[in-house]
Design a protein. Structure first.
Length: 401
């Protein structure tokens, strides 16, 4: 008895390649049909098809000479969402929860079927970087890590930059994000020149400090209740590879707050005595037996070094004094040295290694060493000279990794 031979099947890798080739052929055919259909409606004279960096076809019109390819694709997305919302009468919801989302509340109502979902999960492009005007235009789902990478290439950074790298542009605007530069520039929206919104009636509107100011002023902290963010023009400031950080320890919360008010000013916006672009503080418990919840406040100021050391870290100082605070697991100790005329000389510190300390751990060790030194010398914490170190600006901006 003869058995029926088993069918010969191509290897799995070959089948996957055939499927991929088939999908590419379908996409090319779809793009060709779209081009033929659109060509009849597009006037001649400069219109052409181009590709975005993702490989999608984009039709450029004669009036698009000043737009980037990403802006042209973004405009097409906006038109599609605008048309969908204008023809829908039920409530809408936004799909923006990706695999790395930090949301913890229940979002099952978005898939219940009673609401129209607008998917913004792929709206994460840098649309334009204008180094001359120091402005970057970005879509709402762009994360801070990608925003930093795009702007640092041009020697600039957003005026207000949340330290958590997974925060998005839309989340920073709608959630009223603050950061260590807010004493100069306010919240994240205060550092934006203009924003593009999709309103509840389906129309698209631009608002800024001079255009629809009521909507612009009310947008920060509105959590999407006033409109759907489509893009934002974010103002930037010059940035350099390294910052010089100074740590000052104060023996009580009241003294720490007083020091912050002196540095920042009672009303903020650079009205204080400090010109440092970054000011931060930590309330710490360094006395285990103290009755107070927090025994000390560590005030941290960071500014760019002078022009001679902006593009390269300072040279290593002389050998450390006894009891230096560690800069990281397995790293050389953080050193405190005296420069010319008794000024503290910055020490290069690296916190970029995956196995190294977090910035909070590093700062806590510095505070502990300062507290021991103050106790040994019988000096008030506020009167002692600060610890200084030199840190990469990327490390400063990623204090929570």
């Amino acid at each position: 008895m003869h058995t029926k031979p088993a069918p010969i099947r191509a290897p799995r890798r070959a089948r996957r390649q055939d499927t991929r080739n088939g999908m590419e052929a379908k996409l090319c055919a779809l793009a060709l049909v779209s081009a033929l259909l659109a060509g009849a409606a597009v006037p001649a004279g400069g219109s052409q098809w181009e590709q975005t960096r993702q490989g999608w076809p984009v039709l450029t019109l004669p009036g698009d000479s000043g737009l980037t390819r990403e802006e042209i694709l973004h405009r097409a997305r906006v038109k599609q969402v605008e048309a969908d919302l204008g023809s829908f009468e039920r409530r809408i919801c936004v799909l923006n929860k990706g695999p790395e989302s930090n949301q913890v509340h229940d979002t099952s109502y978005k898939t219940a079927g009673s609401a129209r979902a607008i998917d913004l999960r792929e709206w994460k492009d840098v649309l334009r970087v204008d180094a001359d005007a120091m402005v970057v235009r970005a879509e709402p789902m762009l994360k801070m890590q990608a925003l930093v990478e795009a702007t640092l290439q041009h020697g600039m950074l957003p005026r207000v930059l949340p330290e958590f790298k997974h925060i998005t542009v839309g989340g920073a605007i709608m959630g009223a994000a603050l950061e260590s530069s807010s004493h100069m520039h306010g919240d994240f929206l205060d550092g934006c020149r203009a924003v593009e919104l999709l309103l509840g009636d389906g129309s698209v509107a631009w608002c800024s400090r001079t255009q629809r100011t009521d909507l612009f002023d009310a947008l920060s902290g509105s959590y999407g209740t006033l409109g759907l963010l489509l893009s934002a023009e974010i103002e930037c400031q010059p940035a350099f590879p390294f910052v010089e950080i100074k740590y000052r320890l104060y023996p009580s919360v009241d003294e720490g707050i007083a020091a912050l008010e002196t540095l920042c000013g009672p009303v903020g916006r650079g009205s204080g005595t400090s010109c440092a672009p970054f000011i931060d503080a930590l309330a710490l418990q360094l006395s285990p037996n103290a009755a107070r919840k927090y025994s000390h406040v560590l005030v941290i100021t960071a500014e760019y070094p002078d022009a001679r050391t902006r593009d390269s870290p300072p040279q290593p100082p002389p050998p450390p004094l006894p009891g230096g605070a560690s800069a990281g697991r397995g790293a050389a100790p953080l050193r405190r040295t005296e420069g010319k005329r008794g000024a503290p000389a910055p020490t290069p510190v690296s916190l970029d290694k995956a196995w190294g300390l977090w910035f909070f751990e590093h700062a806590t060790r510095v505070a502990s060493r300062l507290a021991k030194e103050h106790a040994a010398s019988s000096q008030r914490a506020g009167a002692a000279s600060p610890w200084c170190c030199c840190l990469k600006v990327r490390s400063l901006l990623r204090r929570c990794r």
